[in-house]
Write a protein that binds this ligand. Structure first.
Ligand SMILES: Nc1nc2c(ncn2[C@@H]2O[C@H](COP(=O)(O)OP(=O)(O)OP(=O)(O)O)[C@@H](O)[C@H]2O)c(=O)[nH]1
Ligand SMILES: [Mg+2]
Length: 491
């Protein structure tokens, strides 16, 4: 057997193979060096090409930044929920239990609006003159014409009202749960009575809770401390307290249903122009289901649940594009109330696209924060301001003319669009004509006020309808990814 010396082992076989032959002639050496040089040039060119491709991919992989803009209650957070449902359904559904408290609060608020209306009717009938209303409702708008039409409440209905009074303390408990004491952030799962929309008085202040990721954290911690374990694993919140909002709501379910279905109550709401079923966070048609002890909110329930956004929240999604690449999208959801709009500007930098939500059904409503301003008019002015902003001149604009379902129902119920939008004239009072009129109006502003030409897309949406919204969002994504890739010269 041949012994392998240390020196033999140290010799790199590749070096040996590459070494010039010991008896290489000068001519052979020149030829070898030329070949080696040519190989290096080829190799450098390949490296350079790979590097270029890597840079291009990096550019294509840069974060796609999308801002959701629009007035309060336009549907921004609901659109974000659709994004979550599309890209991280597991995480979205893991939060179902957290949304249950919001839905409970939404229900209690709807019932409270009915109870308040009943109190107002009682006072109207017992008061000698409309001007001597009790202090409890002094901040509420009144009208002699409406008061005359108040239906009388039967003793049975008044008993029902009494039986439902424990719900008021549930509202307090839920609000406390969602907004722990000491929180300086105020946020409302507010339900604005539509009648304030048609009068110039200021609506009464609603109790408030704070939103964004914070409330989820607070409620999640509460659930953890109640039961231990990870909040995300559970589908159901169990409260051991006999005052548990879920228990009280369950116990009051039959009475709440009776109240909501009562013909006198319906007449009262009609007189007060309170269309609860068109308001955010409406669940009174599903009371049996949503107050059941083991109720777990469905995707649709979460989309309908109303929690107002304060500040700006950021959400990241990884998008797979079918080829080797994936993109990271950052979607920003902002608060749409007027006082919160100044916080939008820092996010205008470097933004690829804006999804602007204009709720077209709100043509007969006014802003909660300024009841002298019509909501549709506010949306149009806001759109104009966004469109003409020089910081956004390269930003793609995607307009969602939202709440089409409510718009259709309103027009079908006979509410006259032209009464609120004078320029509409004597065009037909139907969805097709009115929505097209608005589409032209918004598109015209885009054309007139854009500092530069840019991509613009307009969709009619009802973002609580997941299947159509997911289809539209897919389309939006495809268009934006394509333009992103084009800019990176990859297609
Ligand atoms: N019927 C119907 N309801 C909608 C639609 N879009 C949103 N909503 C509801 O309207 C309410 C308000 O929607 P949000 O998404 O919370 O509104 P937002 O723009 O985020 O409002 P802020 O957070 O106050 O700025 C929620 O209860 C939604 O379920 C729609 O197209 N149709
Ligand atoms: Mg929101």
């Amino acid at each position: 057997m041949t012994a392998i010396t240390r020196r033999d082992a140290d010799i790199d076989p590749l070096t040996v193979a590459m070494a010039p032959p010991p008896n290489e002639s000068e001519e052979d050496r020149q030829a070898r060096l030329a070949a080696e040089h040519a190989a290096k040039v080829r190799s450098d060119a390949i490296d350079e090409e790979l590097n270029r491709q890597r840079q291009a991919e990096k550019r294509a992989l840069k974060q796609v930044k999308v801002l959701l803009l629009g007035q309060s209650e336009s549907g921004k957070s609901t659109t974000l929920k659709n994004f979550q449902l599309m890209h991280s359904p597991k995480a979205f559904r893991a939060e179902r239990a957290l949304w249950k408290a919001v839905i409970q609060l939404n229900i209690v608020r709807s019932i409270r609006l009915i109870l308040d209306s009943m109190t107002e009717a009682q006072e109207a009938h017992s008061s000698p003159s409309p001007s001597t209303y009790s202090t409890s409702s002094s901040s509420r708008p009144t009208s002699p014409l409406v008061e005359k039409e108040y239906p009388r409440l039967s003793p049975d209905l008044l008993k029902l009202k009494m039986r439902l009074s424990p719900l008021l303390s549930v509202e307090e408990a839920l609000t406390r749960t969602l907004a722990p004491s000491g929180s300086s952030e105020l946020e409302a799962t507010r339900l604005i009575p539509l009648r304030y929309a048609s009068r110039s008085n200021t609506p009464p202040k609603e109790p408030s809770v704070y939103a964004g990721a914070l409330w989820k954290g607070a409620l999640g911690r509460l659930m953890n401390s109640d039961r231990g374990g990870d909040a995300d694993d559970r589908e159901e919140v169990v409260w051991d307290d006999p005052k548990d909002p879920g228990l009280v709501l369950h116990a009051c379910a039959a009475d709440m249903t009776q109240l909501w279905n009562d013909t006198t109550v319906r007449k009262l709401l009609e007189v007060q122009r309170l269309r609860l079923e068109e308001m955010a966070g409406f669940f009174l048609d599903s009371l049996d289901r949503v107050t059941a002890p083991k109720y777990v909110p469905s995707d649709g329930d979460i989309l309908r649940a109303r929690l107002k956004t304060l500040g700006v929240s950021e959400h990241r999604f990884k998008l797979k594009t079918g080829n080797m690449m994936s993109h990271e999208w950052t979607v920003f959801d902002v608060g749409g109330q007027r006082s919160l709009r100044a916080a939008w500007v820092p996010y205008f930098d470097d933004v690829e696209a804006i999804i602007f939500l204009a709720p077209i059904s709100c043509f007969d409503q006014v802003l909660q924060e300024d009841p002298s301003v019509n909501r549709l008019e506010d949306s149009i002015l806001l759109w104009k301001a966004i469109i003409s902003n020089p910081l956004l001149k390269h930003t793609s604009m995607i307009l969602f003319l939202n709440k089409c379902d409510i718009m259709k129902a309103k027009l079908a119920s006979g509410i006259q669009f032209s009464k609120y939008v004078i320029s509409y004239g004597d065009r037909p009072n139907n969805f097709e004509a009115a929505s097209n009129y608005l589409r032209k109006k918004f598109s015209g502003i885009h054309k007139q006020c854009s500092p530069k030409s840019r991509s613009y897309y307009c969709h009619f949406t009802s973002v609580i309808d997941t299947s159509s919204t997911l289809h539209i969002l897919q389309n939006v994504q495809d268009v934006l990814l394509r333009s992103n890739l084009e800019q990176s010269s990859l297609v």
